[in-house]
Ligand binder design. Structure first.
Ligand SMILES: [Zn+2]
Ligand SMILES: [Zn+2]
Length: 330
């Protein structure tokens, strides 16, 4: 079958001889219909984030249709449309038992610690697939995973209804945070140097922050240390800065500012299972959020190398659409 693989740092190729997945007793086989690209995929593709082996199947923000279910699976069935929750927590370690599965010490992450989901068919633990209505637009379905990250970041910021919230960076994740801020009743303001991205942020209801300061909640999505440093200066007394963006390059943080302004600084990693996805999907059922508005570029599977090459430059989120091969496979 076809799969999108990293063959060497910076070289992405579509192969047509990747082995078919086998379905374990607690797993389902999903025919993948679409996969969104995000910063961590690009970090893997560029070689900045090393993976265990090459060639490596890329991608983690996947949705599709269940083709087959393992013998122990009772609550999923072939034909169901599902979104994959691509971080498979062990659910038995200390952090998992406390509910903080993002801190799982044995977490398997599709596309990072094990092969990704950008293939025609993948095996996924059944409990990490989430049924979604057939009526939902593909663009919205492909955004469920990164929207869950965004909702978690807004929650971590302690944002109150009516509060302004500064969102630093209006890449795809920043745009989804803007939507989540509005959904939570807050008022999103953005800082984004890229004009096209800034325009997209305004389309989803964010305002330009300009020189405004004293935000009770700030969410840093860019991962640029200098942007983080500026963000610290814009948090209100007693406010909270949530870091979502990643960098291994240090940012400077004066402890004088931290202490005198009584700031809370929180790192926010993905989401916890099962509450994160459950809440996001419930929110999408009850509100007309249309997260698919942050998508701009749709690529066919054969265009995957171009999708990866362009994704960091184009405003909005890129995604790859896969041909429907279920009939051929069965
Ligand atoms: Zn992602
Ligand atoms: Zn665990």
């Amino acid at each position: 079958m076809r799969a999108v693989t990293l063959v060497s740092p910076d070289t992405v190729a579509v192969v047509d001889d990747w082995p078919e997945p086998s379905c374990g007793p607690g797993e389902v086989i999903v025919a993948v219909h679409g996969v969104g690209l995000c910063g961590s995929d690009l970090a893997v593709a560029s070689g900045r984030r090393p993976v265990p082996t090459l060639p490596w199947v890329l991608g983690h923000e996947a949705f599709g249709v269940i083709l087959a279910a393992g013998r122990d699976v009772t609550d999923r069935r072939p034909g169901q449309r599902v979104v994959v929750e691509p971080n498979y927590a062990c659910l038995t370690c200390g952090p998992c038992r406390s509910g903080a599965t993002a801190g799982c010490t044995a977490r398997r992450a599709a596309g990072i610690s094990e092969h990704g989901l950008l293939a025609e068919r993948v095996a996924v633990p059944a409990r990490f697939t989430w049924p979604v209505p057939d009526s939902w637009d593909e663009a919205d379905v492909v955004c469920v995973e990164p929207l869950t990250v965004a909702v978690g970041a807004v929650h971590a910021s302690g944002l109150h209804e009516g509060d302004p919230c500064l969102v630093v960076g209006a890449g795809a994740q920043g745009l989804l945070v803007c939507l989540a801020v509005r959904q939570a009743g807050g008022v999103p303001y953005v800082i984004e140097p890229h004009e096209g991205r800034r325009a997209l942020a305004e389309q989803v209801g964010a305002r330009s922050a300009g020189a405004r300061t004293a935000f009770p909640a700030v969410i840093e999505t860019s991962g640029v240390p200098e942007a983080f440093e500026d963000a610290v200066e814009r948090v209100a007394h007693g406010g909270c800065l949530v870091a979502v963006g990643l960098s291994t390059r240090p940012a400077r943080l004066p402890t004088f500012t931290l202490v005198q302004r009584r700031l809370t600084l929180r790192g926010c990693l993905i989401y916890d299972h099962p509450v994160g996805f459950a809440q996001t999907i419930a929110m999408l059922r009850s509100h007309d959020l249309r997260p698919g508005r942050v998508l701009r570029e749709r690529f066919e599977l054969s265009q995957a190398p171009a999708a990866f090459a362009q994704a960091s430059r184009v405003p909005g989120k890129s995604w790859i659409s896969l041909p429907r091969t279920e009939e051929m496979a069965s």
